[in-house]
Design a protein around this ligand. Structure first.
Ligand code: SF4
Length: 379
């Protein structure tokens, strides 16, 4: 039995599905918080009977993501806290993040979450521009994120993160600079920056394949990413990972645990768990997940064993996506020459004996990782 460093709990409810969203969500006008708590409890019992994953006193982080966790009733986090036994971890530098959408995050919720032990908020803002928000199908107004950040601060959250999207279709005429001016004025601690991806099976994917929706060109996508990184870095946010930017000391510990390959457990529909060499994931459909979890059976969809080659590739990719990069001395002279080429081409820098990708390198990170893996295999 292995003790996990991080725990993820999925809260699948959303009032409606956003135009581009491919996540495991349950759409409806209300969320069934009681059923959610019962299902998570049922899965926890099945996990404890299985004796593979252990949630012990060395748990470092809890992340409640979605979906829209802020749609759950105000007392849901307190119930989750007592089920997991979070009380014993308080004061141990424990990080507990909850995702919230501005339209369902109010003062009562913020104060209930603080009382339950949540100490980090991740707000799904995306943009401050009405037309783009409406196009995405988001439910908050351009002004609500400011109010949410104010409430979070007043209720005692000293760690507030916001999600911002880039790469929207040019026809929306989204003014990225204006969004970043607004973002900087919020003075949040952390920013996650995501490019819009077109997934098959979403309304956006169908509109694009039918030629009814324009998409951003590769060069414009690249330009927007570099522009955003530049804004963030010039305003005191360190690019500590391809999509994540933090004021000093405000990096997400939960994400860092994923990237460093520590074991983690995911609860809820569609959640993934990892305990080397096993990776497994839960049933994605909420109703089918509940059926299993409520009878205290493991609600697993599937699992795989990660082979050595895949493990190495994943290690390289995870390390290259962070600002820590890879230790140069761990590689042969031939590979070190490749690193030197990356530096000459502005794709990487050498820092404290490590090779670290630059934002330009991050844009082609998948290709660079594969090149590196090929080089290692041929040596
Ligand atoms: S709020 Fe988030 S999880 Fe819910 S539908 Fe929109 S993008 Fe998907």
């Amino acid at each position: 039995m292995e003790t996990v460093a991080s725990l993820y709990v999925h809260a699948p409810f959303c009032s409606r599905r956003c135009y581009y969203c491919d996540f495991a969500v349950k759409v409806g006008s209300s969320s069934d918080s009681n059923l959610w708590i019962k299902a998570i409890d049922g899965e926890l019992r099945a996990i404890s009977e299985e004796q593979l994953f252990n949630i012990g006193d060395s748990l470092e982080t809890l992340y409640v993501g979605g979906g829209t966790p802020s749609l759950l009733s105000n007392d849901s986090m307190a119930k989750l806290s007592s089920m997991i036994g979070i009380g014993r971890l308080q004061g141990k530098n424990f990080e507990w993040t909850c995702e919230a959408n501005p339209e369902s995050f109010d003062r009562d919720k913020a104060s209930a979450w603080i009382r339950a032990g949540v100490n980090r908020i991740s707000l799904g803002v995306q943009t401050f521009q009405g037309p783009a928000l409406r196009w995405m199908g988001r439910l908050h107004s351009a002004k609500e994120p400011r109010e949410s950040v104010r409430i979070a601060r007043e209720e005692g959250f000293s760690n507030v993160s916001v999600d911002i999207i880039f790469g929207l279709p040019p026809s929306l005429k989204r003014d990225l600079e204006k969004d970043f001016e607004e973002l900087m004025s919020l003075e949040v601690d952390h920013v996650s920056l995501y490019g819009l991806t077109v997934e098959n099976g979403t309304p956006l994917g169908r509109a694009v394949s039918e030629g009814k929706q324009d998409i951003i060109s590769d060069s414009q996508y690249r330009e927007e990413y570099l522009f955003a990184v530049d804004w963030l870095e010039s305003n005191g946010y360190e690019a500590y990972e391809v999509s994540n930017f933090a004021r000093p000391g405000k990096e997400s510990k939960h994400n860092a645990n994923y990237w460093s390959g520590k074991p983690y457990l995911g609860l809820g529909n569609g959640a993934h768990s990892y305990l080397h060499p096993i990776r497994r994931w839960n049933i994605r459909d909420w109703d089918s997940y509940c059926e299993k979890a409520l009878e205290h059976s493991l609600p697993l969809e599937n699992q795989e064993n990660i082979g050595n080659k895949e493990h190495r590739l994943e290690y390289l990719w995870l390390r290259l996506r962070t600002h820590t990069g890879l230790r140069i001395d761990d590689f042969t002279a031939i590979v070190q020459n490749k690193f030197a080429d990356w530096v000459v081409n502005g794709l990487a820098v050498e820092r404290d004996g490590n090779i670290c990708l630059t934002p330009r390198g991050w844009l082609i990170m998948d290709r660079l990782t594969l090149e590196l893996e090929e080089q290692l295999t041929s040596n």
